[in-house]
Design a protein around this ligand. Structure first.
Ligand code: NAI
Length: 334
């Protein structure tokens, strides 16, 4: 039986994790879940929000499904998410973003894959307090990290029948750091003549995305722009509640939704488990359980197509009612 780490997170994390566990259990697939806690709740006992046991568990199992973990804003401990990505060298953040059935949005036919560099840039958290009134953050971009993420994006494009990779930077202003990222992408593009290569500045990219998203295929971005642009892309298809993601490295992969811990709705049974479920579906595909993945996806899409939705996407179903509706349909398929 496959053993997989499950990080239940906090905020809405436990609710959406439980929903996904229930659905996967109902599919008949047996997984030995290695459940790990992390974040603010474990600090008092273990003196760190990311105990070694969590890292060791992912290293031993190779794969994890992760719910969001809260990061204090402007103070407090460093993001568990960032630390986990760094420690496990999960250098590629992959965020496919396409319309789901039954969710009406401004645009139809959106089908964008955001490939975000996941280990450096301003996300590395290299910050200095110069004096009481001055602080700086260091944006470090390196050739090896930029080259390997560009290779990942082109390789992904080739293997998934994509036509174009568009690199997104602000290389007109950050000439050295973004300039290096851009040059690495240009170099890598030479090795993939089958894939069209395009360059765009991040501000223009945002404008183009909200005006005409269907022009984009695979977007390749440094860490911070990737973070922001992937939330924008989530907005194009109906919001964070449905936006899936994965962090992939050479040795390990951690699947998690794009969204955070949504403290405003935590504990209210209002969360949409779709983003977490879509991430889990991709995880099942990744481990070769394509049949089960397809069945769960079919049940989810059928549920949405029938107008059964949580509040964030215009419905009035609670998280648990929505989950039960998916399970009902899944039972008819298996
Ligand atoms: P957020 O993504 O948690 O929430 C933004 C808005 O979207 C809120 O109104 C929330 O209710 C809604 N939303 C998000 N997911 C939803 C879902 N599944 N169903 C229904 N509505 C949903 O972003 P926010 O508020 O900026 O961050 C909250 C915390 O989450 C912060 O501490 C942040 O650092 C953390 N975070 C963690 C991430 C992770 O663990 N990978 C990723 C992003 C943020």
């Amino acid at each position: 039986m496959k053993r997989i780490t499950l990080i239940k997170g906090d905020g809405i994390g436990p609710e959406i994790s439980d929903a996904v566990l229930k659905i996967i259990n109902a599919s008949g697939l047996s997984i030995d879940w290695d459940i790990q806690t992390a974040g603010a709740d474990v600090i008092e006992k273990e003196h760190t929000p990311l105990p070694d046991r969590v890292i060791k568990s992912v290293m031993a199992n190779g794969i994890a499904l992760k719910s969001p973990v809260t990061t204090p804003i402007g103070k407090g401990f460093r993001s568990v998410n960032v630390q986990l990505r760094k420690e496990l060298d999960l250098y590629a953040n992959l965020r496919p973003c396409y319309n789901l059935p039954g969710i009406k949005t401004r645009y139809e036919g959106v089908d964008i894959v955001v490939v975000r560099e996941n280990t450096e840039d301003l996300y590395a958290g290299i910050e200095n307090q110069i004096d009481e009134d001055t602080a700086e953050s260091i944006k470090r971009i390196t050739r090896p990290a930029s080259t390997r993420i560009a290779e990942f994006a082109f390789d992904y494009a080739l293997k998934n029948n994509r036509k174009e990779v568009c690199v997104v930077t602000k290389a007109n202003i950050c000439k050295l750091s973004d300039g290096l990222f851009l040059n690495c992408a240009r170099e890598v593009s030479q090795k993939f003549p089958q894939i069209k290569f395009r360059e765009i500045l991040v501000d223009n990219c945002c404008m183009q995305l909200v005006q005409n998203p269907n022009q984009f295929d695979v977007l390749l971005l440094p860490n911070l722009y990737g973070d922001i642009v992937s939330d924008l892309c989530a907005g194009l298809i109906g919001g964070l509640g449905i936006a899936q993601g994965a962090n992939i490295g050479k040795d390990y992969a951690v699947f998690e939704p794009v969204h955070g811990s949504a403290p405003d709705i935590a504990g209210l049974d209002k969360a949409n488990p779709t983003a977490m479920l879509m991430s889990a579906i991709e995880m099942l595909n990744y481990i070769g359980e394509n049949n089960t993945a397809l069945k769960i996806k079919t049940a989810l899409f059928d549920t949405l197509r029938n107008g059964i939705k949580t509040a964030d996407i215009g419905g009035d179903y609670s998280c648990s009612q929505f989950t039960d509706e998916i399970i009902k349909r899944l039972r008819c398929i298996i």
